[in-house]
Design a protein around this ligand. Sequence first.
Ligand SMILES: *[C@@H]1O[C@H](CO)[C@@H](O)[C@H](O)[C@H]1NC(C)=O
Ligand SMILES: *[C@@H]1O[C@H](CO)[C@@H](O)[C@H](O)[C@H]1NC(C)=O
Ligand SMILES: *[C@@H]1O[C@H](CO)[C@@H](O)[C@H](O)[C@H]1NC(C)=O
Ligand SMILES: *[C@@H]1O[C@H](CO)[C@@H](O)[C@H](O)[C@H]1NC(C)=O
Length: 215
Amino acid sequence: MARSVGEGFNLLVFIVFLHLVFPLLCNSETCTKINSCVCKFSNGSVINLTPLASKDTARWRDKATSTNDTYRYFYNPCFDFKEGPADSPLEDCSTEVAACQVSPDHKLYYNLGNQASAQFHWNNTGNVLQLVYQAPHTRKQTNVTLVCSSESSSPKLDVLGEINSGSEHYVFNLITKCACPDGCPLTSPHTDRGLSTGSVLILIFFIFLTIYVIG
Ligand SMILES: *[C@@H]1O[C@H](CO)[C@@H](O)[C@H](O)[C@H]1NC(C)=O
Ligand SMILES: *[C@@H]1O[C@H](CO)[C@@H](O)[C@H](O)[C@H]1NC(C)=O
Ligand SMILES: *[C@@H]1O[C@H](CO)[C@@H](O)[C@H](O)[C@H]1NC(C)=O
Ligand SMILES: *[C@@H]1O[C@H](CO)[C@@H](O)[C@H](O)[C@H]1NC(C)=O
């Protein structure tokens, strides 16, 4: 009995050790997706793009790029929108989209991903958070880099477009205070907070302590 408690205690020490060392080794943040435009860092800070979103239409419409890409772009965080005629429903923007590309003559619309596909990625190289959308029936992807700007009063979308021609990766920079941790707090407080890793470890510790004392 005493031996298994000792082993249990070793395991506990090992878990605590992993918990302390692992974040240092991988040096990678994760922002856990709450919904298509809200995520939460492990320290509890929240990124919330909801105040930027329009309903049923794109907040940013028919935007030209700041590069040599001559296409135009539509983007809306949080809620899907529809744009243009339905030519080929699987690939155009007449179904639900988060981002859409239109040809310079405004004839062809391309689905660049919908809200359901939204994923938050921490980019270690740039030390920035990216919101990535995947188109449902093509390889097209939209990478929105969330640029924290505490002083900018009005949010700005900088469309870089398809930087590497043929990559089918479309790159936007979203410059806003809502990209700063807790820059745009959630209005309705999140009631079900759950247990943090720390509380779980303390709980495990007391369970082992109880077993140790009783046994
Ligand atoms: C929480 O973590 C994020 C990501 O590392 C960081 O940017 C933010 O400042 C942290 N929040 C607090 C309150 O320390
Ligand atoms: C963009 O266009 C300018 C002028 O037409 C040209 O000099 C430059 O090489 C182009 N850049 C790329 C990345 O194609
Ligand atoms: C990370 O960001 C850099 C620029 O900051 C970019 O060149 C690179 O492609 C990004 N990596 C990923 C995996 O998104
Ligand atoms: C876009 O995001 C994907 C997924 O993280 C990544 O593989 C790709 O390199 C990114 N592209 C750019 C241009 O940032």
